[in-house]
Design a protein around this ligand. Sequence first.
Ligand code: ZN
Length: 250
Amino acid sequence: MLYPLSILSLVLLFLIHLTHGSSHQKHSHDSQHHLSLDTDSISFETRAHWMRKANAALTELASPCPFAAFGTVIVNHTATSEEFPHGKLICYSVNQNQREGNPTLHGEISGINNCSKILTSASGPYTLTPKEALIAFHSLTLYTNAEPCPMCASAIRWSGFKECIFGTSISTLISKGWSQIDLSAEEVFEEAGALPGATKLMGGVLSNETDPWFSWQFDSEISCPKGCARSGKEGEGVCEPVGEEGKSKL
Ligand SMILES: [Zn+2]
């Protein structure tokens, strides 16, 4: 699923990048600085808006209770307008491992792939060259409802995103029974050296709403997400969609 930017906003995005391109160098020592909600130049309302979109991508693209409930949206915050006060959505995706049979297609990497396709599509709204598309990433923000694993955190740093905002932490995932490589995005970013961009990182955003997406998979005592019920005789199976509310739109 691909979402376009307006051509105007993309041009703006490039102009801003060209104008401020040197700041990445000037503040390179800040590259591992965290964003905090206290000092964030973008409102919490806007952060929450996009984190909720990352969650909503699950219901739209997968199911109201996908097992691998990892959703990502990629946003241009420089493209705010009366019509788009929170900025513009460029593309989004969810974990596609099972759907595509590709173990690397976590939500974040699938989202990056979608953005590359739409930014460079000959029949799309932007028709960027590959080189221009690579530059465009430096002005974008990636929202993911769970902390990027080391594979995705590396891909995000290689992409040079302006920001990476996540909800549920890796440590929380592990505490809920998820198998994870126990290395935080922060640790990966700290080792990123002079990779392109200066991706700022902020976690725990709206985690009270993202955590429940990852809480039911390994604990049958936890209720299913809305629109789903546990399968199996004793109600101890995985959560599966039920009724109209649980119907996938795919
Ligand atoms: Zn990942």
